[in-house]
Design a protein around this ligand. Structure first.
Ligand SMILES: Cc1cc2nc3c(=O)[nH]c(=O)nc-3n(C[C@H](O)[C@H](O)[C@H](O)COP(=O)(O)OP(=O)(O)OC[C@H]3O[C@@H](n4cnc5c(N)ncnc54)[C@H](O)[C@@H]3O)c2cc1C
Length: 285
């Protein structure tokens, strides 16, 4: 598997600027996120405080950002990272696919999601965010999915190909038209996850539903769940002025490091994070 110099997670202004800077410094980069770029860019009607663009809107900004990436031959790997593991000499990133990089820049924006009761407690003990990483542990089992994600169909169907049955909570529409017959939609909202040494089931209004394993899918995963061991402060990633986190080789930039939530601050931090990563890499060599 190719091991990149720098993996950058997130295609908002922070991640894009980090990618541009790292590319200009001749690093092999992997920019992961949606090729449509951050919704916080495209959905903005009017932007008045971005240097050099006195009167612009999200669509124009988005087009300008894409053109800038193209001019440097930067491609976006369309994936959503579920877990980042520090492996000692490199980082392993798990999404639909697995990637490796010597260093990593987290540029995933601010997350709003409130965790379910029991979610943090049982994470890694019967609760998982990653079908690719943990699906195989549940071959032939009756498992559950709690989904708040817009793009969960492929993940749920992958789990159904391994498990005996999959019960889906959270999103109760049936627009997904699952092809597998062993997927059923519960129609109930999960209240909490309960268990002992490990998660044993989901409580809803109608009672307690036992299950062998629980997968939770969200469009935004909080940084501390994405990268185990990452130090947080008031819900944001703690960094120094070089955008270094507490994990060696791991940097963060943009809204995920805290206020002010602004394009130019995010892009500026992306630049600093990339330069710090380059400096860190040269010390490793
Ligand atoms: C309606 C609105 C109007 C705004 N107007 C202004 C304005 O006029 N001026 C201004 O300066 N700021 C404005 N902002 C704030 C600005 O949008 C943010 O500060 C800026 O987008 C932050 O950039 P970022 O790169 O840190 O994060 P984001 O733009 O949030 O980008 C993060 C990206 O990472 C992706 N991501 C998250 N997790 C993962 C994962 N696990 N794997 C892969 N990808 C992932 C997300 O999908 C997203 O694409 C506005 C925000 C909103 C919502």
């Amino acid at each position: 598997m190719e091991r990149h110099d720098i993996a950058i997670i997130g295609t908002g202004p922070a991640g894009l600027e980090a990618a541009l800077t790292a590319k200009i410094r001749n690093k092999s980069i992997l920019l992961i996120g949606t090729p449509e770029l951050s919704e916080k860019i495209s959905k903005t009607h009017s932007v008045k405080n971005y240097l050099g663009l006195p009167e612009t809107d999200g669509t124009s900004m988005s087009q300008a950002f894409k053109k800038h990436l193209e001019s440097l031959g930067i491609e976006i790997t369309d994936d959503r990272i579920k877990m980042v593991y520090a492996m000692g000499k490199y980082f392993s990133l798990q999404g639909k696919n697995t990637y490796e990089a010597k260093s990593v820049i987290i540029a995933t924006g601010a997350t709003s999601g409130k965790l379910l009761e029991g979610e943090a407690e049982f994470l890694g003990r019967g609760v998982s965010y990653c079908a690719t990483c943990d699906g195989n542990f549940y071959k032939g089992a009756d498992i559950s999915v709690i989904s708040f994600s817009k793009e969960d169909k492929e993940e749920i169907e992958f789990l159904a190909s391994l498990a005996n049955s999959v019960t889906v909570y959270g999103k109760n529409d049936d627009e997904r038209n699952f092809s597998a017959g062993n997927i059923k939609t519960s129609g109930e909202v999960p209240a909490r996850i309960k268990g002992g040494m490990k998660a044993q089931g989901i409580e809803t209004e109608s009672g307690f539903h036992e299950t062998a394993g629980i997968f939770i899918f969200r469009d935004d995963i909080s940084a501390e769940k994405l990268v185990p061991g990452l130090e947080m402060e008031d819900g944001k990633i703690k960094t120094d002025r070089q955008m270094r986190t507490n994990l060696d080789g791991c940097f963060a930039c943009g809204d995920c490091t805290g206020a002010p939530f602004q394009y130019i601050k995010a892009a500026g931090e992306g630049n600093v994070a990339a330069l710090s990563a380059c400096q860190w890499l040269s010390r490793q060599d």
